[in-house]
Design a protein around this ligand. Structure first.
Ligand SMILES: NC(=O)c1ccc[n+]([C@@H]2O[C@H](COP(=O)([O-])OP(=O)(O)OC[C@H]3O[C@@H](n4cnc5c(N)ncnc54)[C@H](O)[C@@H]3O)[C@@H](O)[C@H]2O)c1
Length: 327
């Protein structure tokens, strides 16, 4: 039981991770004694609530701070055992529009997190990378492949990975890099991912917009599978010098299939859904994407649940509940 420090802990993956560490996900005992959430955006009220006062519930501290403020970050990280660095600009589009913003947040921000972790003498820093650095390579992509980048977001993630390895080599800081595929699940109402975007449209009675003919594929992984690997990677005691793992399902699902599953789930719940709207393909859209996961499966003794059809229905229920006024 230890002190965890989660940058970006109020975001989509961060919220799910904090709930897992706090034992609030309903599946396990708390993994943490204390959790510090460091995020520039406050969480919606009650978001991280756990059974406060229950035996063993960890203390959760919220620090509203910027990873671009190294002094505040270093101070807040003091005494941490494990750092999970999730804070980033997660929008590929924004990186294309403003590559300097992406560089600041995702590269300088990561460098600041590594430097603060080095100062704090933490046991491990886990870096949230992405499959993006290999997005242009022929799938299934894996750890042995050379990067093939399509946008500044991918460049920023790759730079972050490189700094993780450099800090391990130079300063002995233990770092692990996790390259997530497309993550979906609860607490994603602010996310720009394809699944939450489609659900928001359907709940508003608007048509889902598909760019191209819908045959483009992605590897959708449930956020609980991601968080399980983050927790294992942080606490793993084997030496890790920026070691890279693809965290994915190795399953290819088309955008059209996802749209169809969501429309069916909404109709089954009594919602009327407009016809799908097909738009011209966008420049830079990746036609196919899925990742190998055997390295992560073997190393962490982990399996993704891979139950997209059921999970999509549960997620629709979660969004409906969120949009239903209480009382
Ligand atoms: N969601 C996915 O499908 C996916 C896939 C691959 C990689 N990732 C990576 O995983 C991480 C978490 O993703 P997410 O989906 O939870 O994103 P998110 O946008 O929901 O959460 C990111 C959080 O970081 C915070 N943040 C951003 N800039 C900050 C700054 N300068 N200082 C402090 N806090 C800051 C935001 O306020 C937000 O709460 C990101 O690094 C993202 O690039 C996500």
């Amino acid at each position: 039981m230890s002190r965890w420090f989660v940058t970006g802990g109020n975001g989509f993956i961060g919220t799910n991770l904090v709930r897992l560490l706090a034992g609030a996900s309903g599946t396990a005992e708390p993994l943490a004694r204390e959790i510090v959430i460091y995020d520039s955006t406050p969480a919606p009220a009650g978001r991280h609530a756990v059974a406060l006062g229950a035996d063993g519930a960890p203390e959760i501290t919220h620090v509203t701070g910027d990873i671009l403020d190294p002094a505040a970050l270093t101070q807040a990280m003091e005494g941490a055992d494990y750092v999970v660095h999730l804070a980033a600009s997660s929008s590929v589009n924004r990186s294309v529009e403003d590559p300097f913003f992406d560089l600041q947040n995702n590269v300088i921000g990561t460098l600041n997190a590594l430097q603060a972790a080095r100062t704090a003498g933490v046991k491990k820093l886990v870096f949230a990378s992405s499959s993006a650095p290999l997005a242009n390579a022929a799938p299934p992509i894996h750890e042995q492949m050379a990067p093939d980048l399509g946008n500044p977001y991918a460049a920023g993630k790759l730079a972050g990975e490189a700094y993780c390895q450099a800090f391990s080599s130079c300063y002995g800081l233990q770092t692990t890099v996790l390259r997530f595929s497309n993550v979906f699940g609860p607490y994603s109402e602010r996310s720009s991912g394809v699944i939450p975007t489609f659900i928001r449209k359907l709940l508003a009675g608007q048509p889902i917009e598909i760019y191209g003919d819908g045959s483009a594929t992605r590897d959708f992984i449930h956020v609980s599978d991601i968080c399980a690997v983050i927790a294992k990677a942080a606490t793993d005691t084997r030496p890790s010098r920026g070691t890279v793992f693809h965290v994915a399902t190795r399953t290819e699902t088309s955008i059209l299939k996802i749209a169809t599953l969501l429309v069916e789930a909404m109709r089954a719940r009594g919602f009327e859904t407009p016809e799908l709207l097909f738009r011209p393909e966008r420049v830079g859209d990746v036609p196919r994407s899925f990742s190998e996961n055997s390295k992560a499966r073997q190393f962490f003794n982990w399996e993704p649940r891979n139950t997209l059809e059921k999970d999509v229905g549960d997620l629709v229920d979660w969004f409906i509940a969120l949009n239903t006024p209480k009382g």
